[in-house]
Design a protein around this ligand. Sequence first.
Ligand code: ADP
Ligand code: MG
Ligand code: ZN
Length: 328
Amino acid sequence: LSEPVQKTFSFPPVPEDNVSQDIDHILETQSALGIDLGGTNLRVGIITMAGKIMRKYTQPNPKTYEERMELILSMCKQAMADAIPLNCRILGVGVSTGGRVNPQNGVVLDSTKLINEWSHIDLRSPVSQSLHLPVWVDNDGNCAALAERKFGHGKGVENFVTIITGTGIGGGIIQHGELIHGSTFCAAELGHIMVSLDGPECSCGSRGCVEAYASGLALQREAKRLHDEDLLVVEGMSLNNKEQVNASHLVQAARLGNSKAEGVLRTVNPSLVVLSGVLSQHYKSPVTDFISQRALSSAREVKVMTSELDSPALLGAASMVLDYTTRR
Ligand code: ADP
Ligand code: MG
Ligand code: ZN
């Protein structure tokens, strides 16, 4: 008979001196995990109370529910492990997603075809059960507005609107300091305001929505159209055969003096305050011009600003956690 192996664990590890342990504890930063689910990308971030993104992870957003959930959970687990040496104490998880969301129960009610298999999805339960943390969920445009309110140009502003461009176009409306969700949670679907009765098909199934003209996907469509006619590439631009033509090429062509590309970008005219996302820099001047020429005179004082935030939807997702868990 062999003796059972005697192992001695010292857990928790005995600190060298208690002072350093106390300091470590004090240095812990209250933080949140943010998740941002878009038409193209899935992002996870460790975000502190002050709105600093300590670490960010980006993957293409998978096309099926199963793969998407699996990737969300594995990216979050990685982030939670990485949060420990960063001294970030994760208080909860905030999720920003494309689609119509009921924030009261964390369910995605439905989505456009930009995100497949993403209707009637209870996001809160699996994420919360798997990570053992409280979970908040809201639409990505709404999250972008929350981010501007907490960390950006919306600080202390009672009423403002934000428009975020990515694959699609999201909106968020803050009135009297609070998000407006509307009776069926689609109050701020500003990307689906119809600006033409027979315009291009939109991801939502309708036609002529702002999103069908001005989103990353719409501009990719226009860039491809110009490229097929050999009208996209101008001097100073390089585009090799293997590269997928996308919105960034259209923007680049316009900057380099391609008037066709510039024309496509000028047709876009939402009226708003904070512009964010991949195309925000480019929309600032057409939006400002349009407001000064065409808006009701009473609305001409509207200020147009571009967001200074890195990843507003992700930061807004985190802000839901930070606002609730640190409220006194
Ligand atoms: P989503 O949140 O919808 O996943 P992102 O905000 O990650 O989208 O942006 C991805 C979209 O933006 C894609 O449609 C891509 O073609 C477009 N895009 C990426 N970089 C640029 C850029 N520099 N200029 C214009 N469009 C861009
Ligand atoms: Mg997005
Ligand atoms: Zn639409």
